[in-house]
Design a protein around this ligand. Structure first.
Ligand SMILES: *[C@@H]1O[C@H](CO)[C@@H](O)[C@H](O)[C@H]1NC(C)=O
Ligand SMILES: *[C@@H]1O[C@H](CO)[C@@H](O)[C@H](O)[C@H]1NC(C)=O
Ligand SMILES: *[C@@H]1O[C@H](CO)[C@@H](O)[C@H](O)[C@H]1NC(C)=O
Length: 353
C-alpha cells in the first residue's frame, strides 16, 4: 500500500513538472489555439491595430474582395480558425481584417467575438443587405441606423392573460413588459356576429432586451440592452456619405430613382427573414425601424459587450414583404444592393481616417 502511494506521488510530481515546463515554454497549446496559430496571431497583431470588417454572406463579401480598393496581404492573406476565415489586407489604404459570419444572430455573434478577442481590432464596420420597412426609402438605398435592437427575444404570454398581467418570471427581473408586445389577435381577419375581432390562442409575445456581460463588468452580473447605439464618431462621419454616387440598374432593370445613402434612426435584427407586410408594418410603426436584417444587432451587442466602436452599413434589397405580392425584390436587386453597400463602406473608411 505504502509503495503504491509512493509511486503515485512520484507520478504526480512528474506530471506537475511537465505541466509547469509546458506552460513556461509554450504560451499556447490549450483549447483550440495551437502553438502554430498562436504564433501567427501574434505576428498579425504586431502589425495592427486593424479595422474589423464583418459581413454576413458570400454574395455580400465577394464585391468587397473584388473591389480595386481591397488589397490582400501578400505574405499572409488569411488565417483559418474555428470554421472562420480571417482575411488580412488593406481596404481604402486602411489595415483591415475581414470575416464572413454566415447567416443569422448566433453566427454573427460568434464570428465578431472571435475577431475581437483574437486580434487587435480598433473598431468594427459591419455591412450587408437588408429588408426595408421605411416607406420613404427604396430598394438600392444604403442605410446607416443610429440604433440597433435584437427583436427576437420574446416572452410568449399564455392565452387569457393581457397587458395588465405579469409575465412568467417577470418579478425576478428576467423579463419585462417595458418594451412592448405583438398581439397576434390584432392580425385576425375574422369577426364575430357583432363585427368585433376575436382573439386567438397565440395571444401576445412581449419583446425582451438581451442580457449582456460587459468585458469590464462583474462576471455573471447581467446588464440589459435593447437599443444599442452605433459609435458617435462613426455616425457623424457617415453623414458625409450623403452625396455618394451609387448604382441603380441590374442589367437593363433600373430603379425608379438613383439610390442614396441615408442615416436613419433605427434598424432591427432577429433570426427571421421578414417577407411579410403585416410584420414589416408592425416593426415600422412600433419602433420606427428602417432596416430589417438578421445579424447587425448581434454584432452591435458583441461590440457593446467588448466596448469597441461599431457601425452597420446596410443597403436595402427588398421591401420585407411590403412590395408586390408576386415575389420578393431581393431576387433581382440583391447584387446591386450588395455592391452599393461595399461602395459605401469603402467611402466610409476613406472618410474615417
Ligand atoms: C380579410 O378577409 C376578406 C374576406 O375573406 C378578404 O377579402 C380580405 O382580403 C382579407 N383581408 C386581409 C388583410 O387578409
Ligand atoms: C423615425 O426615423 C426617421 C429616420 O429614420 C426620423 O427622421 C424620424 O424623426 C423618426 N421619428 C421618430 C418619431 O422618432
Ligand atoms: C444580369 O446579367 C447576367 C449576365 O447576363 C446574368 O447572369 C444575371 O442573372 C442577370 N441578373 C438579373 C437579375 O437578371
Amino acid at each position: 500500500m505504502v509503495s503504491v502511494m509512493r509511486i503515485w506521488l512520484h507520478i504526480s510530481f512528474v506530471v506537475v513538472l511537465l505541466v509547469v515546463g509546458f506552460e513556461s515554454s509554450e504560451a499556447y497549446g490549450y483549447g483550440g489555439i495551437s502553438h502554430e496559430i498562436g504564433k501567427n496571431i501574434d505576428r498579425i497583431n504586431k502589425m495592427g491595430p486593424y479595422l474589423g470588417i464583418v459581413v454576413p454572406n458570400s454574395f455580400e463579401l465577394d464585391p468587397l474582395l473584388q473591389s480595386p480598393s481591397f488589397v490582400a496581404d501578400e505574405k499572409f492573406p488569411f488565417l483559418d480558425f474555428s470554421g472562420r476565415r480571417f482575411r488580412f489586407g488593406e481596404l481604402a489604404n486602411e489595415k483591415v481584417i475581414v470575416v464572413m459570419t454566415g447567416l443569422s444572430m448566433l453566427n454573427a455573434g460568434i464570428a465578431t467575438e472571435l475577431l475581437l478577442i483574437l486580434f487587435r481590432v480598433k473598431g468594427v464596420v459591419h455591412y450587408g443587405i437588408a429588408g426595408n420597412a421605411n416607406p420613404n426609402l427604396q430598394v438600392g438605398d444604403v442605410t446607416v441606423a443610429q440604433y440597433w435592437a435584437h427583436t427576437g427575444l420574446w416572452n410568449w404570454q399564455r392565452y387569457g392573460d393581457g397587458q395588465n398581467d405579469e409575465l412568467a418570471l417577470e418579478s425576478s427581473g428576467d423579463y419585462t413588459r417595458n418594451i412592448g408586445y405583438l398581439r397576434f389577435s390584432d392580425y385576425n381577419n375574422i369577426t364575430d356576429q357583432n363585427g368585433k375581432y376575436v382573439g386567438n390562442f397565440l395571444n401576445n409575445v412581449w419583446l425582451q432586451p438581451e442580457e449582456i456581460f460587459p468585458v469590464n463588468g462583474t462576471p455573471e452580473v447581467r446588464q440589459h440592452a435593447f437599443w444599442v447605439p452605433v459609435d458617435k464618431h462613426y455616425f457623424t462621419v457617415a453623414k458625409k456619405l450623403k452625396n455618394l454616387k451609387l448604382g441603380s440598374c441590374v442589367n437593363t432593370t433600373c430603379l425608379p430613382r438613383t439610390p442614396v445613402v441615408v442615416r436613419v434612426k433605427r434598424g432591427i435584427s432577429a433570426n427571421v427573414f421578414v417577407d411579410n407586410s403585416a410584420y414589416r408594418s408592425f416593426l415600422n410603426t412600433k419602433f420606427n425601424a428602417t432596416s430589417i436584417d438578421m445579424e447587425s444587432a448581434a454584432v452591435a451587442l458583441v461590440c457593446l459587450q467588448q466596448k469597441r466602436p461599431f457601425i452597420a452599413i446596410r443597403s436595402l434589397s427588398d421591401l420585407a414583404g411590403g412590395g408586390s405580392a408576386l415575389s420578393n425584390e431581393a431576387n433581382i436587386f440583391s447584387s446591386l444592393a450588395a455592391q452599393n453597400a461595399v461602395d459605401a463602406v469603402v467611402r466610409f473608411i476613406t472618410l474615417l481616417y
